[in-house]
Design a protein around this ligand. Structure first.
Ligand code: GLN
Length: 209
């Protein structure tokens, strides 16, 4: 498993992947990307990540990898990177793309730059996902092939915050970061990393997706 390590909360993803039994490596170069069975695009700052991806000659290889079906999990800024279309992006902001969605950056507004909320993700079974949102995007519009996995109530409307399209998974929130109060006895909730590794990646590696 590779974690794109140009910027963002790389370590948290490495740890989460290891907790669910995957071997995880940093990815900064095309050769490292080519060696991965799955890729995580972490949270952070999407404009900076795109800028660095260009500088490291990684933007095209990333686009090709996702287009060719590399299982990819984007969280927060990673979701922004995976979006085919952006609203409220920095002028001319490019993305990696691959997910047929329109994503609104920093969608939850200034008053609630960061918050924790319970997201209902039926595909995970059990309880809702206690999710950490940090200057988070949401999915404004999703194409017909996009499965909506989770929503949260915000400003009187139900917002899409978790999606899947084929081998691409994306969340507005940070499943790699445990909410406050959850770092103790209960431990982090790794169900989304487990879903990614056990279903999207493993199925793909077996070639029977
Ligand atoms: N607002 C950031 C962006 O658009 C994402 C924030 C995050 O990843 N926590 O890139």
């Amino acid at each position: 498993m590779g974690v794109l390590a140009l910027q963002g909360d790389v370590r948290e993803h490495l740890r989460a992947l290891e907790r669910v039994g995957a071997r995880a490596r940093l990815v900064r170069r095309p050769a490292e990307l080519a060696a991965c069975d799955g890729l995580v695009l972490p949270g952070g700052e999407s404009t900076t990540m795109v800028h660095l991806a260009r500088r490291f000659a990684m933007l095209e290889p990333l686009r090709e990898a996702v287009r060719d079906g590399l299982p990819t999990f984007g969280t927060c800024a990673g979701m922004v990177l995976l979006a085919d279309r952006l609203l409220d992006g920095t002028a001319g902001q490019e993305t990696v793309g691959g997910l047929d969605v329109t994503v609104r950056r920093n969608a939850f507004g200034r008053q609630v730059d960061s918050f924790e909320g319970e997201v209902d993700v039926p595909v995970l079974g059990g309880s809702g996902f206690a999710a950490v949102f940090i200057r988070a995007p949401w999915v404004e519009d999703a194409g017909a092939d996009v499965e909506v996995l989770g929503r949260v109530e915000a400003g009187g409307a139900s917002r899409i915050v978790a999606v899947r399209q084929g081998a691409v998974l994306a969340t507005s929130f940070h499943p790699e970061v445990a909410p406050r109060g959850r770092t103790g006895g209960e431990g982090p909730d790794d169900r989304l990393h487990r879903l990614f590794v056990d279903e999207l990646v493993t199925t793909d590696v077996k070639g029977n997706r």
